[in-house]
Design a protein around this ligand. Structure first.
Ligand code: HDD
Length: 721
């Protein structure tokens, strides 16, 4: 170090503001404190501990003198093996990655709280569901299923919705999805499903996509998957935000009360922000423009104090009521329509804190369906039973130690103690002489509690051991049809378009024709419309069905996203494309109206530095045009001057920006000066095109945008098969 010349790397500019992200402030680039930067002989910059920073050490606590140069024999000489500083640093890096999850590898998480508002004390002894007025700490991880950790957020895919509640009686994990049913009825089929949907092993693609031969090969041969496939092909699998999707515990569980009586229960999370999806073409483009669209959205919402919330609803039903259903509730490919068993809202989940470290928390969190506190128990759903085995097993392979429960994100927040000892990475005090019960030497150790401990509901069981599927599981098509019939016309069109897209990527004709035969079992017209969109000319031959679809099930409006009403603009983004010379008053009115609606305005300019408006004021840009395509925003406005419009006409990105907003059925507002750009982009006047002329047009535009997309425009921009 002595030979190094001391240099001040950057001087400070006193006026530069601090940058603030999620509560942490960083010095702006030009105001770095005049820390001690030292230039080495090779010109490299060292930043040395000069003030009260902690000294950098090895993991064994040895202070490090030089973190930039490995130990060499002479300045140009070979590197020496004795360099334990180099060796430890590289060794640790080499082992930074842990096995990603076999499924649900790509995830995003947040901390929050669950507050019970309606006690279920009559049904369960679980404190988390009976003590109102208590905020239970929570960690939630959302995920896609098929893609690897680095895949894009807007793949057409089921979303994981896994909630870990740190209750006073141990962790309770609801490891659910954003779809209330599943592809399979028996856990033994899960590896087949996962292998079929993941990238094909002989070629390593496609990544994060079900649109390929092996997936549809398996689906075409698996009638039990048809109900889930209808959901998967719906807009449910391209959510606008994880904040705008439902969550479901899927299986029936049991609640057990103080008298030992059992009630069946299904868990539903309903977003306060309402349900919303993107359109498929938009999803494809978002994946290119911002593959982190969902994680950025959740992170920013929480950082901005717009804390996402969900209501927890339960469907409660008795064994006798279950016997009266026209399906078996133990079959995870079936749902209980809300019209049959209404939802009872009992509490609210709020996510209010981003992780401090994504690896420590989101990557290392270990969810397990078998984590239930006393008072909650399992039904006999064979899918759930397989999961109860699988989740514990997988944690050992991912986290490498039986002590994974000691990682802070997994550790209970209530006292816990037992006689389990040792194992890799043990960090708990293990000091006592006695690691067993019963014992006279040490009667003070942890002991069973027959009254408060977990007790399994003593359901009577009998029957021959057999590998068998219950005949009550055999109807694979009735609820698939009921789901399709419960969708609005627009949503049905989207399901058909999704099936056409996916099956068009299938190369083997037999897979396509078999799949059409399965669709015909759901609805003949559905199959014909998909066949028409594929240009499939041969007659459709229905695949043999064990039980034919019932045609008398009433539509369930709760299954439609659009039937739930307008999404609103709160928590959404308004994109403002602004040029030099644009009206300052109009920009100001738009920003004010957007903020009043709870939305976040974002300014897109030809250059990110911003534009000079007509009153001489300067408007800072959030995005440069090419970096802020309109797919990133829920609704858009173009505030341009005549000259600004002329300049934009020479920018393909500006024309594409405007065309995409139109094609993706967004409400578009524009000043009269921007008309040539609208014309060049093929925008035709309709109920969703708003001219920004009068003073209150901005407010009218924002109100209209809160109604959602202009679905009536869709047949003008895409063929409806
Ligand atoms: Fe699973 C992860 C949801 C069936 C085996 N699953 C995983 C995650 C979610 C689900 C949300 C990610 C949790 C996280 O964020 O860490 N899985 C479901 C749902 C299912 C389902 C809703 C059906 C109702 N899963 C299922 C079956 C099996 C598994 C039948 C095996 C028998 N799932 C796993 C797993 C994973 C997993 C391999 C991968 C990583 C992990 O568990 O921790 O064990």
């Amino acid at each position: 170090m002595a030979t190094k010349a001391k240099t001040t790397a950057r001087t400070t500019a006193k006026t530069a503001p601090a940058r603030r992200t999620n509560g942490v402030s960083y010095p702006a680039a030009s105001s770095l404190p005049a820390a001690d930067f030292v230039t080495g002989e090779g010109g490299e910059l060292h930043q040395v501990a000069a003030g009260n920073q902690p000294v950098m050490t090895t993991n064994h606590g040895v202070p490090i003198g030089d973190d930039h140069n490995s130990l060499k024999a002479g300045p140009r000489g070979p590197t020496l093996l004795e360099d334990f500083v180099l060796r430890e640093k590289i060794w640790h890096f080499d082992h930074e990655r842990i096995p990603e999850r076999a499924v649900h590898a790509r995830g995003l998480g947040a901390h929050g709280r669950f507050e019970l508002t309606d006690s279920l004390a009559d049904y369960t002894t679980a404190k988390v569901l009976s003590d109102t007025g208590v905020a239970t700490p929570v960690f939630v991880r959302f995920s896609t299923v098929a893609g690897n950790r680095g895949s894009a957020d807007l793949a057409r895919d089921v979303r994981g919705f896994a909630v870990k509640m740190y209750t006073p009686e141990g962790n309770w994990d609801i490891v659910g999805n954003n779809i209330p049913v599943f592809f399979i009825q028996d856990a033994i089929k899960f590896p087949d499903l996962a292998h079929a949907v993941k990238e094909e092993p002989d070629r390593g693609f496609p990544q994060a996509a079900s649109a390929h031969d092996t997936f549809w090969d398996w689906i075409a041969c698996t009638p039990e998957a048809m109900h889930m496939v209808m959901w998967q092909m719906s807009d449910r699998t391209i959510p606008r935000s994880v904040r705008m999707m439902q969550g479901f515990g899927v299986h029936s569980f049991r609640l057990i009360n103080a008298e030992g009586a059992s009630t069946f229960v299904k868990f539903h999370w309903t977003p306060v922000a309402n349900l919303q999806s993107v359109v498929w073409d938009e999803a494809l483009k978002i994946n290119g423009a911002d593959p982190d669209f969902h994680r950025r959205d959740l992170y920013n919402a929480i950082a901005d104090g717009k804390h996402p919330q969900w209501d927890l609803g339960v469907q409660l039903f008795t064994e006798e009521e279950a016997a009266g259903f026209d399906f078996d509730h133990l079959d995870a490919t079936k749902l209980i329509p809300e019209e049959v068993v209404p939802l009872r809202t009992i509490g609210r989940l709020t996510l209010d804190r981003n992780p401090d470290n994504v690896f420590s928390e989101t990557e290392q969190v270990a969810f397990m369906t078998q984590n239930v506190p006393p008072g909650i128990d399992f039904s006999d759903d064979p899918l759930l039973h397989g999961r109860n085995f699988s989740y514990l097993d997988t944690q050992l392979s991912r986290l490498g130690s039986t002590n994974f429960t000691q990682i802070p994100i997994n550790a209970p927040k209530c006292p816990f103690a037992n006689m389990q000892r040792d194992g890799h990475m043990q960090t708990l005090p293990q000091g006592t002489r006695v690691a067993y019960t019963p014992s006279l030497i040490d009667p003070s150790g942890p002991r069973e509690d027959p009254a408060r401990g977990f007790r399994t509901f003593p359901a009577a069981v009998e029957g021959p051991k057999a590998r068998v599927r219950s005949a009550t599981f055999a109807d694979h098509f009735s609820q698939a049809r009921q789901f399709f019939m419960s969708q609005t016309e627009t949503e049905q069109n989207h399901i058909i378009a999704a099936l056409i897209f996916e099956l068009s990527k299938v190369e083997l004709p037999i897979i396509r024709s078999t799949m059409l035969g399965q669709l015909a079992n759901i609805d003949a017209e559905l199959a014909e419309r998909v066949a028409s969109g594929l240009g499939h000319r041969a007659p459709i031959e229905p695949v043999a069905a064990a039980v034919k679809a019932r045609t008398d099930l009433p539509p369930s409006p709760a299954l439609s996203i659009l039937a739930r009403g307008a999404p609103g603009l709160a928590g959404r983004q308004v994109g403002l494309l602004v040029t030099d010379g644009a009206s300052s008053a109009t920009v100001g009115a738009l920003i004010e109206a957007a903020v009043a609606a709870g939305a976040t305005p974002k300014v897109i300019c030809p250059k990110v530095g911003g534009v000079d408006l007509d009153d001489g004021s300067h408007l800072r840009g959030d995005f440069q045009l090419a970096g802020g395509p309109s797919v990133l925003f829920d609704t858009v406005a173009i505030v341009a001057s005549d000259d600004g419009t002329t300049a934009l006409l020479g920018e393909a990105a500006a024309v594409a920006w405007t065309h995409s907003a139109f094609e993706h059925l967004k409400v578009i507002a524009a000043t009269a000066e921007a008309q040539p750009l609208l014309d060049a982009a093929g925008v035709k006047a309709d109920a969703g095109i708003v001219e920004l002329a009068a003073a209150n047009d901005a407010a009218a535009f924002v109100a209209l945008a809160g109604e959602g997309r202009i679905w009536a425009r869709e047949p003008m921009v895409r063929t409806v098969y």
